[in-house]
Design a binder for this molecule. Structure first.
Ligand SMILES: C[S@@+](CC[C@H](N)C(=O)[O-])C[C@H]1O[C@@H](n2cnc3c(N)ncnc32)[C@H](O)[C@@H]1O
Length: 281
């Protein structure tokens, strides 16, 4: 028998709000209580647990709680993304930042990290942008894509995309880095192995960066992730990301995503319609 979704009480909402924020940074406002409870209820009902409180206890105290938590996270995150999503950031990257990095030192490699990469489009967009320089300057390109969700990481590793979602890729990049595949009535694009081999996808929780060994990046993109965090938590993550840049490296956030940041090691750069910080020490 299908049980109707019960209303979530204020107390229940509060304990879930705190747990989710503590474990993965996502902050659900009171106005999202209906949305949150419907996600919780999907799992609660499936497990045959009858209340949000009991489901909370299952997650926190049951030996299967850790495994269940991973399943819940998959339901809570929003994975919307696209190739070259914030075009101004990618334009600045190609026209200003990469040339600056190349000119400032005798580089033999360039590293970039897409933090909160969802299904991989941002990480592959970084690879395409950087590979455009690698032939001329003989640079090795190393890109990392990370996310809290294993489901999206698996899709990122597969690198298979519907033709309809490739609108923002130039014909040049499409021809060079993707293969068109036709299987029966199905059409899709597949990232070429040459690009796939340049990117590594792995699980990293941005709200627990203290456990994260990723360091010394030239470029970090973290866009459309921190909008789901509270200001204090956003600032903490941005500072920690900054510490994972090489001195002189660049951090790209989504414009308007964080309000004011005061960090000794990060300097905001003046580019229209972009939010970019450079590590200065
Ligand atoms: C809206 S997508 C943005 C994807 C891409 N950066 C872009 O701008 O198109 C947000 C991604 O952040 C991930 N995410 C949310 N919280 C996270 C956390 N604490 N650590 C790592 N990734 C997280 C989600 O799983 C999701 O894939």
């Amino acid at each position: 028998m299908v049980l109707p979704k019960p209303m979530i009480s204020n107390n229940e909402f509060k304990i879930w709000q705190l747990l989710i924020e503590e474990r993965c940074g996502l902050y659900f406002r009171e106005s999202k209580s209906d949305y949150l409870s419907s996600k919780l209820w999907q799992r609660t009902e499936l497990l045959g647990i009858k209340t949000y409180n009991n489901y909370y206890n299952y997650i926190v105290f049951n030996s299967r709680g850790k495994e269940e938590w991973e399943k819940l996270v998959e339901l809570l995150v929003i994975n919307e993304t696209s190739f070259f999503r914030h075009t101004s950031s990618f334009d600045v990257l190609a026209n200003s930042i990469v040339p600056k990095l190349i000119n400032s030192s005798s580089k033999t490699s360039i590293s970039a990290w897409s933090a909160g990469c969802a299904t991989g489009e941002e990480a592959y967009s970084l690879v395409m942008t950087l590979l455009d320089f690698s032939e001329t300057y003989n640079l090795e390109v190393v890109v990392l894509g990370t996310d809290i969700s294993e489901l999206v990481l698996e899709r990122a590793r597969n690198g298979i995309y519907k033709a309809a979602i490739l609108k923002q890729i130039s014909p040049y990049h499409k021809d060079k880095y993707l293969d068109f595949v036709k299987e029966g009535s199905n059409h899709f694009y597949k990232i070429k192995d040459e690009i796939k081999n340049t990117v590594k996808f792995s699980k990293v929780n941005l709200s627990k960066l203290i456990d994260c060994p990723v360091l010394e990046q030239d470029i970090i993109f973290c866009q459309n992730v921190l909008i789901y965090f509270q200001p204090q938590q956003q600032i903490k993550v941005v500072k920690e990301l900054g510490q994972r840049l090489k001195v002189g490296g660049f951090l790209f956030l989504g414009p308007g995503e964080i309000v004011e940041l005061k960090a000794e090691h990060l300097q905001k750069l003046a580019f229209d319609d972009c939010l970019i910080y450079q590590r200065i020490k």
